[in-house]
Design a protein. Sequence first.
Length: 450
Amino acid sequence: MKWLRVGLWIITGVVLLLAVAPLFVSLNDYVLLIEKEVSAKLKEPVKIAGLRAGGLPLPHVVVDGISIGKTGIVTAARVTITPDLWSLLGSTKVIRSIRIEQLVLTQKAIQKIPAWAKAASAKAGEPASPASVSAKSVLLDNAVLMLQKAPFGPFDGSFALNDDNSLHLASIRTADGKLHALIKPERSHYRVAVKATDWKLPVGPALRFDELIVNGIATAKGVRLSNVRGGLYGGRITGEATLTWQKGFHLKGRASIDRVELRSLLLALGKRPSMSGKLNAKPFFYANAARGDELHKALYLATQFDVQDGVLAGVDISKAATSVFRDKDSGAVTRFDELSGHLVLEGGTRRFTQVKIAAGSLSANGKVTISPEDELSGRINTNIDSSKLAVASMPLNVSGTVDAPVLLPTAGVAAGAAVGTAILGPAGTALGTAIGAKLDQLFGGGESSQ
């Protein structure tokens, strides 16, 4: 057994040597050379804090404290490069893995990636030569994308590469496990599959999905999401969308919304929750802008919609329809069985037409416009099916704001009420109001009711 003890001592000695030797090997003399070479390639200043070698578990090189750009548009705490030692004897050097820890990639860096990739590739017109260095995989630990409005991450990534360093398969998973994405090259495009649970969009409206599944295709010119479906605020949403960025940014698509809780949706969109209920809609939309962050300003959206079993906050339509006097009540609400109509969103202005409200004995129809500043304008015609009321119908002008809506009788109704009161006293108010309402509907109500 003596040979076994000797063998164990030899193995232990080799392991200790591999562990201790890197402490005495300095590679910092190469830092300035590497910084210069990479800076020239990317046309951006590059800084490296340190460079060292390691022996366990496999021989490797560690690059510490990387920063690219004057303002650090790309930073990484550590990059570990593990080569295949036997390949160092051949013409093609093989790197088993490149592990990047705490990568931070800014929006500006993302925009520069196409130019950097072009600089790293062969010059136009020159035949592609076999790669002198071939990497098998790139691993990301705790990476973050610093987008304009909010960061995405931290997330881990695994990128399997082909012999020519092209992508074979990419897998991205957020640190909390709520999102997982797979990217697979296919000919001239990339197939993308995303699955998320209890996940909030990192950009755009702060929508939080109970679950979300996205399948699509990405190219250098844009992305087409052919299958989007998910659970959202108690309901479901499905749809498709295309975004291209050739000569500006161009977005178009359509969706189907089924029984989504409207109040939660409004809050996520940054709007006052002035209405609740189950929303059904089938919007189509498009937008064209010079920059991606300007698309929301150029958005055009149109849809038929209906809201079931809801509450309209800030106004009591039944009370407004039975009184010629304005009654300020910040706690006023209108409970309805159904509210339907057609919506067009353009330039921040929301135009509601063909509006119909059914709320017990109350029914109403008309149109309302909400300006980008949330100012209201429009008209609705009301009708109350009740034998106890002398005034069964009344046209109302809509004004005020979303936060403080105002419903007032039209000029004809107000004039009729004043004349009736003047001639017959208080008993004539209702009669004059009814006459004014009929005249208003006869001469001015037809167009406004659509």
